[in-house]
Design a protein. Structure first.
Length: 50
């Protein structure tokens, strides 16, 4: 349980700083916080928790 939570938080921290993630969704000059949360939690970390 704790290892899974740590892995998810580490993946989120690493992915949140990747500009290519925002570029893929059309954000080139700015990196909105809400969009980052939605993209990472719904599209990337969701398969891990299911």
């Amino acid at each position: 349980m704790e290892v899974s939570l740590f892995a998810q938080l580490a993946a989120f921290a690493w992915l949140y700083k990747q500009p290519i993630l925002f570029n893929a969704f059309g954000f080139y000059d700015e990196y909105p916080v809400v969009i980052g949360l939605l993209v990472i939690l719904q599209f990337i970390l969701a398969p891990i928790t299911d």
